[in-house]
Design a protein around this ligand. Structure first.
Ligand SMILES: NC(=O)c1ccc[n+]([C@@H]2O[C@H](COP(=O)([O-])OP(=O)(O)OC[C@H]3O[C@@H](n4cnc5c(N)ncnc54)[C@H](O)[C@@H]3O)[C@@H](O)[C@H]2O)c1
Length: 243
């Protein structure tokens, strides 16, 4: 995929070392954006900003570095960094809970706050796309992950608040809620027999999604084609929640 939809735009992508973040950073770059790639670890493509989103000071420095390297505040922010832990509520202790909420929810807040404080929205407007999950809307019986579910529901609520508070600055904020996507995070296919049976019975499109299919939606939301779309959470789940 190439083109000039994002020609001259400055973009910051978190979780850019793998999966959905990697696919999105690649597509933004292929369509003309200057992209800062942020992750806690190196990836197959050049991740130039290494930062742990659990550390507020590291987030501040990484965003400052991104602004310096991009030559201004990002006009596009995609937040795909996240962690997934399968743990029943009775087995979840305070440290487990805090780890998931710190990365998935507080990290999403800290990065966006730093980017907007650095000037997103001044002049050329801005678009924030946060990656939530179908877990924001439905609990998991086979893979219980209460802290994750709560963190992703929080991401949807936080996204709405960003849309409300920052809309007057010309910033749109939306979330995407992926279903079962084939990335290193996915646990469903650890047991291929159970995984295939689940896809057959639960997912109308009868297959896993691909990272590039989520990236396509993220890039649409980030683009000017979505110029009146803000505060929304858009499902990209092969119909999982439709039944
Ligand atoms: N794969 C799925 O089925 C699925 C479904 C719904 C939602 N999601 C969400 O999509 C997003 C991307 O996940 P993915 O499937 O591409 O998984 P992934 O594991 O391939 O990518 C997640 C990335 O986040 C980075 N990361 C984790 N902790 C971090 C931290 N503390 N600081 C900075 N970076 C950190 C990881 O290093 C990794 O590169 C996540 O928010 C995830 O919750 C994934």
């Amino acid at each position: 995929m190439s083109g000039d939809r994002f020609a001259g735009r400055r973009a910051l992508v978190t979780g850019a070392a793998s999966g959905i973040g990697l696919a999105t950073a690649r597509r933004l770059a292929a369509e003309g954006a200057r992209v800062s790639w942020l992750d806690v670890r190196p990836g197959p493509d050049a991740v130039e900003l290494l930062a742990d989103l659990r550390d507020p000071a590291a987030v501040e420095s990484a965003v400052a570095l991104a602004v310096e390297r991009l030559g201004g505040a990002p006009e596009i922010l995609v937040q795909a960094a996240g962690i997934y832990r399968v743990r029943a509520l009775l087995e979840t202790d305070a440290a487990d809970w805090d780890e998931v909420l710190e990365v998935n929810l507080r990290g999403t807040f800290l990065v966006a706050r730093a980017v907007v404080a650095a000037g997103m929205g001044r002049g050329s407007g801005g678009s924030i796309v946060n990656v939530a999950s179908v877990a924001a809307f439905a609990g998991g019986a086979e893979e219980p992950s209460g802290a994750y579910d709560a963190s992703k529901a929080g991401v949807c609520a936080l996204t709405r608040q960003m849309a409300v508070e920052w809309g007057p600055r010309g910033i749109r904020a939306n979330a995407v809620a992926p279903g079962l996507i084939a990335t290193p995070m996915l646990r469903l296919m650890d047991d291929p027999v159970r995984g295939s049976a689940y896809l057959e019975t639960r997912v109308p499109l009868r297959r896993l999604g691909r990272a590039d299919e989520v990236a396509a939606l993220i890039c649409f939301l980030a683009s000017d084609e979505a110029s009146y779309l803000t505060g929304a959470t858009v499902l990209v789940d092969g119909g999982l929640l439709a039944r």
